[in-house]
Design a protein around this ligand. Structure first.
Ligand SMILES: Cc1ncc(COP(=O)(O)O)c(C=O)c1O
Length: 260
């Protein structure tokens, strides 16, 4: 049987184009233009291309993202500068003015500020529900509901949301579901196994593990991660490759689960 630890050691190694055994920190803002103009255009326009310009992509970051996608069992992932960057960029990739979001009464305070104050300024309505009551999610649905945003266990109350219920509801109603999985970490909870579409992390916490970096991640289907990437290159919260490297070491040191 292939163990998750094995998968994680090898995930994303294709982004290390050098012969270095340890993933190098690609400390560069930009890359030489390819002599072939078509290849250069490809690098400039391909989502998350790791060798064009740092805000677009970086090989160290791409490797960390590949490991996270393995952990969260998603097609792809993108790493950003903080957990709040991950939350705000992902939500802005999912909704626009005129849309409606269902969120919880209990969220990390920064996420709550974003949901309550920021989104309303841009014409996006949010209904907050009691996350321990499944029927409250159903009752809050409107014709323009485009996103159910949850966090479980929530910070700081440790309120729990029924992931399987929300995942199924989203699929039935055609509404995107997104969870902040920071507190559980993918070692204890893999939300995509319960039908949730997108998983967010403040890697500043358990994924980083040592209180020595701030970072965030969004894991999800390829198509959605491309949308997040498109928002991220204009919002600009790209992760430093130094922090990415610490994060890579931490991720590889805490895995104990087996893959099936
Ligand atoms: C559950 C949760 N999500 C998101 C965040 C925000 O993360 P960051 O501080 O990395 O922006 C935090 C920070 O405490 C958190 O606890």
């Amino acid at each position: 049987m292939k163990h998750l630890e094995t998968d994680l050691i090898h995930a994303g190694t294709e982004f290390n184009s050098t012969k270095a055994v340890v993933t190098p920190i690609f400390q560069t803002s930009t890359y030489f233009a390819d002599e072939n103009p078509e290849k250069y255009i490809e690098a400039a326009t391909q989502p998350k291309h790791p060798e064009f310009y740092h805000r677009h992509g970086n090989p160290t970051n791409s490797q960390v993202a590949a490991i996270l996608a393995k952990l969260e069992k998603t097609e792809e992932a993108i790493v950003l500068a903080t957990g709040m960057a991950a939350i705000s960029t992902a939500i802005l990739a999912a909704v626009k003015s005129g849309d409606h979001v269902i969120a919880q009464n209990s969220h990390y305070s920064g996420a709550m500020l974003f949901l309550k104050d920021f989104l309303s300024e841009y014409g996006i309505e949010v209904t907050h529900v009691d996350q321990t009551d499944n029927s409250s999610f159903v009752e809050a649905i409107r014709p323009n509901t485009k996103l159910i945003y949850i966090e479980t266990p929530s910070n700081p109350n440790l309120d729990i949301t029924d992931l399987a219920f929300v995942g199924k509801l989203g699929k039935e109603k055609g509404i995107l579901t997104m969870v902040d999985n920071t507190f559980a970490s993918p070692i204890n909870q893999v939300p995509t196994e319960f039908g949730i579409d997108v998983v967010i992390h403040s890697a500043t916490k358990y994924l980083g593990g040592h209180s020595d970096l701030t970072a965030g991640a969004v894991c999800g289907p390829k198509e959605f991660i491309e949308k997040v990437w498109r928002k991220s290159i204009t919002l600009g919260a790209s992760l430093s490759p130094f922090d990415s490297c610490c994060y890579y070491e931490a991720e590889n040191s805490f895995t104990t689960r087996e893959t099936d």
